[in-house]
Design a protein. Structure first.
Length: 148
């Protein structure tokens, strides 16, 4: 699947501040993150090479309409293998159902493959299982959590 004409898949920028956080609000509580805090976060993501891939999709006006992050974990097992973790996938309400989520997952998965990950994993709610199946992901194990 390809993006509509004029849409782009790219890494997040400090200047995406408000648009990025607004899109994430379709997923969960974000809180109030000011410009300086957002810059510090993006600078941190950018300071460690090969680990964080926070990506966005922008529309024809350059507005952020979808977000998602790939985190590459380096492990000892599997001969110092790498595992990709897909996190914080969100497509803004008005743009849902147009294939953007699918392209986002395909894009993040392609980065993981290029980085040499031997698998990519993610957690999702039951109601999103069908979406991830369409993206080529299959059920495996169950999620455990301890919240603080
Ligand atoms: N259940 C079943 N199928 C679905 C669902 C769903 N919840 N959502 C989309 N699909 C199907 C579509 O019908 C489409 O199928 P088709 O190709 O046969 O027509 C295919 O999956 C691709 O759909 P897209 O249009 O690419 O999906 P969209 O752009 O709307 O993105 C998403 C889906 C990301 C779940 C979006 O609805 C969203 O942002 N939801 C709110 C936030 C959220 O739940 N994010 C996921 C959290 S999990 C995580 O972060 C790892």
């Amino acid at each position: 699947m390809e993006l509509p004409e004029g849409y782009n898949f790219r890494r997040v920028k400090v200047t995406d501040h408000n648009e990025y956080l607004d899109v994430l609000r379709v997923l969960t509580t974000v809180g109030e993150i000011n410009e300086a805090q957002f810059k510090e976060l993006v600078d941190h993501w950018n300071s460690v090479e090969g680990i964080y891939y926070p990506q966005v999709i922008t529309d024809t006006q350059g507005k952020v309409v979808a977000t998602g992050c790939l985190v590459v974990e380096r492990k000892a097992i599997h001969q110092c293998g790498k595992v990709g973790h897909i996190e914080d996938i969100a497509v803004c309400k008005l743009q849902q159902g147009k294939g953007l989520g699918l392209v986002l997952i395909q894009g993040l998965t392609a980065i993981a493959e290029k980085e040499g990950c031997y698998k990519v994993i993610l957690d999702c709610s039951d109601h999103n299982v069908g979406f991830y199946n369409k993206c080529g992901y299959t059920h495996s194990g169950c999620e455990m959590v301890k919240r603080f």
